[in-house]
Design a binder for this molecule. Structure first.
Ligand SMILES: [Zn+2]
Length: 374
């Protein structure tokens, strides 16, 4: 007799606030850098927000899938350079310019997490003191330089700047008010949002009798578990875009139960983090609703829309061989990521057919010719 471990399926129920949610407002952001300390941030001086009415969530999800690079395996060259660990994976960075253009097209990212911003309020530290330069360094992830001389230079500059009251005051206030977002926050939130979007697309949405939406995941090896691990970037995709969705070797995605559970928890935490601007209050006045919609970013809007949607969407891979991009498609309909890919593919097929048929007729003609001559 053997004892079988029975692990219950993981479940996540969704209770969205009834607040109506408009598309994220637009502000113009610019990329800035404080070179002396290596601090990069996005800045907006806009007080007026531009409303955008005609934004469809799957378009924004598509743009996000396009923007963020998934975790991947190392190339042969990289393996030579870094050594060959089984667990070694890479993620290619998105250029700040691309991030900027995403934010200026669809809306801001990085402000939804109120708690993170609140650590910049004064008095903000647990002991009631002011934020130190070292705490600042940790909160905005200043780069760690390899060269000792660079490190010293950075530490000196940071100390000097923080000794300057008005520098410190302005910097911290701007961050807590949301006129300035550290670039690392945006990068991190985009990646977390990217994971959430892919996980939601990978899971089946169910409804209770009371019509409450929920997601569940069984811990046994299954297609659903594999999709979840792929979407949460817990397994690296083999190189080559089209390989992404092929069945991976079973040992590649067999992962400890604890890791799966932790990842499931993280998924819930991130969604809650993104939804804070609309979920932190359960009672809304007209005014507070208006206020929260002003600061609403893409992460909040997209998470809300995807959890609320009843449409049957899933992640697909563009069927044009040279493209192979993932995109959000309604199940059983579109086969290409974009109109241009669909057209290119159609033209390609037509050309191939033409080539084949002209090839055939040429062969026929040659055969006829041979007969005549022979
Ligand atoms: Zn395509």
């Amino acid at each position: 007799m053997s004892l079988m471990a029975t692990s219950k399926a993981l479940k996540l129920s969704v209770a969205l606030p009834p607040a109506p949610i408009g598309a994220p407002r637009l502000r113009q952001w610019a990329l800035k850098e404080d070179k002396e300390i290596g601090y990069r941030y996005l800045e907006s001086r806009d007080l007026e927000f531009k409303a955008q009415d005609f934004l469809v969530w799957n378009e924004v999800a598509d743009a996000l899938l396009n923007l963020v690079e998934p975790i991947r395996e190392l190339t042969l060259e990289e393996k030579k350079r870094y050594g060959e660990g089984e667990s070694f994976t890479m993620r290619d960075e998105t250029s700040p310019d691309q991030i900027l253009s995403f934010l200026n097209t669809y809306g801001q990212v990085g402000l939804a997490d109120y708690n993170r911003r609140a650590s910049f309020l004064r008095p903000f530290t647990l002991d009631g003191g002011e934020l130190t330069s070292e705490q600042f360094r940790a909160l905005v992830n200043l780069p760690h330089y390899k060269k000792e001389s660079d490190r010293k230079k950075q530490a000196r500059a940071l100390k000097e700047k923080f000794a300057n009251h008005s520098y410190r005051f302005e910097r911290l206030n701007r961050i807590s008010w949301g006129f300035e977002i550290p670039l690392v926050w945006v990068e991190r939130d985009l990646f977390d949002l990217y994971k959430c979007v892919r996980i939601i697309l990978a899971l089946d949405k169910n409804y209770t009798k009371e019509n409450i939406p929920y997601f569940s995941l069984t811990m046994t090896q299954s297609r659903a578990l594999r999709n979840f691990l792929l979407a949460s970037q817990k397994v690296a995709v083999p190189l080559g875009k089209s390989e992404d969705y092929k069945y991976l070797k079973s040992n590649r995605w067999k992962i400890d139960d604890k890791v799966v559970k932790a990842e499931w928890e993280k998924f819930a935490i991130n969604l809650n983090r993104f939804l804070t601007p609309i979920s932190k209050n359960s009672v809304y006045s007209d005014l507070s609703l208006k206020e929260s919609q002003k600061t609403l970013g893409v992460e909040t809007w997209l998470a809300y829309k995807m959890l609320e949607s009843r449409a049957d969407y899933s992640e697909k891979v563009c069927q044009r061989a040279k493209c192979g991009k993932p995109y959000v498609g309604q199940r059983n309909t579109k086969r290409f990521c974009s109109k241009s890919c669909a057209t290119t593919q159609r033209v390609q097929i037509w050309k191939e057919k033409k080539r084949n048929s002209s090839g055939k007729s040429r062969k026929k003609a040659q055969a006829k010719g041979k007969k005549k001559n022979g």
